[in-house]
Ligand binder design. Structure first.
Ligand SMILES: *Cc1c(COP(=O)(O)O)cnc(C)c1O
Length: 461
């Protein structure tokens, strides 16, 4: 055993070999030494247990090849590109939507350069980081001003903390939603230190319910878009217009959390309707909040638009400093919003809207291509078909409002073979993520963006 231990090369000897010198140059002493140490320690353990020198230590070529593998792995980002064939276009677990080419360009410029983030170039003096976007949003939504934070959850928290700390917020029982990922309106209220006053019932809330709940301690009236669920049957809710009128009577602001929200009429594009931000502004709502990376099609951000006096207060709250966005996100968001100045080009330019509005014929052609590519790689155990499928917008948009789509479906003689293929898809350099239902793998074409890259990836199966 001792001879075996002694036959292990020393770290110094390895580092001073010609390969060692090359590795030091490429990866630096810290990383190379650490990997060698780990490898030799493993070897010692193995000698102890098996009384023989492990195969990989037979020659230095093998040692260095192992070290290179490990070090190269350490350089690679674990958050890999994946192909989204789940049929859910805005899949939160897969990073929601993709940025437009212009947004990517603006963001990379901001990454690589200094930019006029809080600087008025014409005047040569300090400015505000939300100003440019605020002006764009005025133009697009009719709101007086805007405030940008990290996400819509942060937007809701900031609005509550600024105006309702230690006070009461009145909200309908039908709107006490959980969005997923532990975002629950009552919890956010508690975090912001305000008291939730629930009015009405799950299915019906009337204007008088709000009126009866108003006290001298009421901070504002709140509406939350119930995004991800829908109550049917004997229902009643109060419109923003009615709530605004009530608010005026008692001098109380009305705040709406729209969730996804949209700046365009989705129904006109053949998609399920979503409330539009400009409608809420026109209805007189004092503050409207929505996400940057849901239907808007931009980076993760929370956008609040509304009355200038209130936005100014949000901007001055210490939490705004905690929740503010950086130059990269703000550049991406600004570029995204600029697309809305050219409405006819939106479905072309914004990837999310592009995917959502792809005609069925296009999806069918893509399904044919994907099926052919897969047929070449999969053995005869697997049976491939093209089938109509139901996709969805995702990210809190109504799951019951499905979008027609096409999928390549794959079935196998047994569950084991099917799961083995799913594992193979996930083991690709850029994994293919579908969904398993009815004992088939469904690869839905509605949600996949980089289609040519997908076909190339399939060739590596
Ligand atoms: C999605 C959603 C949120 C959270 O938005 P994020 O941008 O994901 O933080 C809040 N409220 C509603 C109604 C939503 O749909």
């Amino acid at each position: 055993m001792h001879t075996l231990f002694r036959s292990l090369p020393s770290i110094d000897k390895l580092l001073n070999s010609p390969q060692g010198v090359g590795f030091l140059e490429k990866f630096g002493r810290t990383a190379v030494t650490a990997e060698l140490r780990l490898l030799l320690e493993q070897a010692r353990n193995q000698i102890q247990q098996q009384q023989r020198l492990p195969d990989y230590l037979q020659n230095s070529e093998q040692i260095w090849s192992l070290v290179e593998q490990k070090l190269t792995q350490n350089q690679q980002v674990a958050m890999k590109r994946v192909f989204n064939l789940t049929g859910t276009v805005l899949h939160t677990n897969l990073g929601r939507g993709l940025w437009s080419a212009q947004a990517v360009k603006a963001a990379t410029t901001a990454m690589r350069n200094n930019v006029a983030l809080e600087f008025d170039i014409a005047q040569g003096k300090r400015s505000h980081r939300d100003l440019e976007i605020s002006q764009l949003l005025q133009q697009l939504t009719g709101a007086e001003s805007a405030c940008i934070v990290n996400n819509n959850a942060a937007a809701v928290l900031l609005m509550l903390a600024t105006f309702a700390q230690g006070k009461e917020v009145i909200i309908s029982r039908g709107e006490l939603v959980e969005i997923g990922g532990a975002f629950r309106i009552p919890d956010i209220m508690a975090q912001a230190g305000c008291k939730l006053v629930e009015v009405g019932t799950t299915n019906r809330t009337h204007l008088r319910d709000y009126r009866n709940a108003i006290t001298e301690n009421t901070a504002f009236l709140m509406k939350v878009h119930s995004s991800n669920f829908h109550i049917q049957g004997f229902t009643a809710s109060v419109s923003e217009e009615e709530l605004v009128a009530l608010g005026k009577e008692f001098n109380l602001p009305v705040i709406t959390d729209l969730g996804s929200g949209s700046l365009v009429d989705l129904q006109a594009l053949g998609l399920p309707a979503e409330p539009m931000v400009q409608q809420k502004v026109a209805a007189g709502v004092d503050l409207v909040s929505f996400s940057g990376d849901k239907l808007l099609g931009g980076p993760q951000a929370g956008v609040i638009v509304g009355k200038k006096a209130l936005i100014d207060q949000l901007q001055q709250h210490p939490l705004k400093r905690v929740l503010r966005c950086d130059k990269v996100i703000l550049s991406g968001l600004e570029a995204t919003l600029r697309h809305y100045l050219f409405p006819e080009r939106l479905c072309e330019d914004l990837p999310t809207l592009h995917l959502l509005t792809q005609p069925l014929e296009t999806l069918q052609i893509k399904a044919e291509q994907l099926k052919n590519a897969l047929c070449k790689r999969l053995d005869s155990r697997y049976f491939l078909q093209i089938e109509p499928s139901l996709a969805q917008i995702g990210s809190g948009a109504l799951p019951s409002e499905t979008l027609d789509s096409f999928a390549v479906t794959i079935s196998a003689p047994n569950q084991t073979d099917l799961l083995a293929l799913d594992t193979q898809f996930k083991a690709l350099a850029s994994p293919i993520i579908g969904r398993i239902a009815q004992q088939k793998i469904w690869l839905d074409l509605r949600s996949v963006a980089e289609f040519d890259a997908l076909l190339t990836e399939v060739e590596t199966l």
